[in-house]
Design a protein around this ligand. Structure first.
Ligand code: C2E
Ligand code: CA
Ligand code: CA
Ligand code: CA
Length: 279
């Protein structure tokens, strides 16, 4: 028994070592990615359900790792949050996205809105507001052209600390969307306490429309509630025409999903914008 216990212990430490090494390599690569500019921003169109026009896009980061290929954000954003690298990465994404949005507003669609994901860690950064203000000034993007996507978890933080940040960001004209709505521990009272503009219904609800009656009913209820509170609604993960039709009939304002387009590189997105913008 003593013998096998020792073997288990050895096995355990070996596995821990492998994991620690893997993580160390990932951290090192991530830091290099930032200095060597291996990150890219992709853009997924947001479409107005009434007019079918592209009214904006969500900026989604990608990591183009040499000799490896494109790594999706789920594989490096969580660790970047843990090691504090999300701050410089998040700043870089915001700058890139605002720069493009300014150009697309000038060239194609004056009301274009760019949505940028902001992790809770970035909200804990006391420099967040100043940085947003600085990026808007430098890129000459009006605040109305920027939307921040936040998640419900953030709103569980301290109201006294969060509310002033929200309020000052909103004074810039920037709007706020509550991402992945319906998946967190959301208390609906958050919607009254925070100056939120938009609800983004999570893909898990949209996915099961029209097959699952629960998802149909809940999505309808979310849209009705949002409209009563004066919030707009965006549906994410729309993949089927049935879903599109249902959302249009239910009074949802915007959609995003593979049915219309996957996230695209800046130049592919621009081509789509050109071909889709009525002359
Ligand atoms: P999210 O904010 O919920 O972004 C939506 C995700 O759904 C994207 O995955 C998008 O490609 C995917 N998606 C869009 N339409 C469809 C569809 O019709 N079907 C399916 N199956 N998927 C669809 P992506 O780009 O891999 O991003 C994953 C997550 O990584 C994001 O989830 C967000 O939480 C995070 N993320 C991405 N970019 C950034 C960033 O710049 N900063 C931060 N903090 N997080 C980011
Ligand atoms: Ca998002
Ligand atoms: Ca989402
Ligand atoms: Ca998500």
């Amino acid at each position: 028994a003593k013998e096998s216990g020792r073997n288990n212990y050895q096995f355990f430490t070996t596995e821990l070592n492998v994991r620690a090494q893997h993580r160390y390599a990932l951290e090192k690569n991530l830091r290099r990615a930032l200095t060597e500019q291996e990150f890219l921003v992709f853009y997924q169109p947001k479409v107005c359900l009434k007019t079918s026009a592209i009214v904006g896009a969500e900026a989604l980061i990608r990591w183009q790792m040499p000799d490896v290929g494109i790594i999706p954000p789920d594989e490096f954003i969580p660790i970047s949050e843990e090691i504090g690298l999300i701050l410089p990465i998040g700043r870089w994404v915001l700058e890139q996205a605002c720069l493009r949005a300014k150009y697309w507003r000038d060239e194609f669609f004056p009301d274009f809105v760019i949505s940028v994901n902001i992790s809770p860690k970035q909200f804990q950064d006391p420099g967040l507001f100043n940085f947003i203000q600085q990026v808007l000034n430098e890129t000459k993007l009006p605040g109305q052209g920027l939307q921040l996507e936040i998640t419900e978890g953030l709103l569980m933080g301290e109201l006294d600390l969060l509310l002033p940040v929200f309020t000052s960001i909103k004074k810039l004209g920037v709007s706020i969307s509550l991402d992945d709505f319906g998946t967190g521990f959301s208390s609906l009272s958050y919607l009254q306490r925070f100056p939120i503009d938009n609800l983004k219904i999570d893909r898990s609800f949209i996915r099961d429309i029209p097959e699952k009656q629960d998802s149909v009913v809940l999505t309808r209820a979310i849209i009705a509630m949002a409209s009563a509170l004066g919030l707009s609604v965006t549906a994410e993960g729309v993949e089927k025409t049935e879903q599109l039709d249902f959302l249009t009939d239910s009074g949802c304002q915007e959609m995003q999903g593979f049915l219309f387009s996957k996230p695209l590189s800046a130049s592919d997105f621009e081509n789509l914008l050109i071909s889709h913008t009525p002359k």
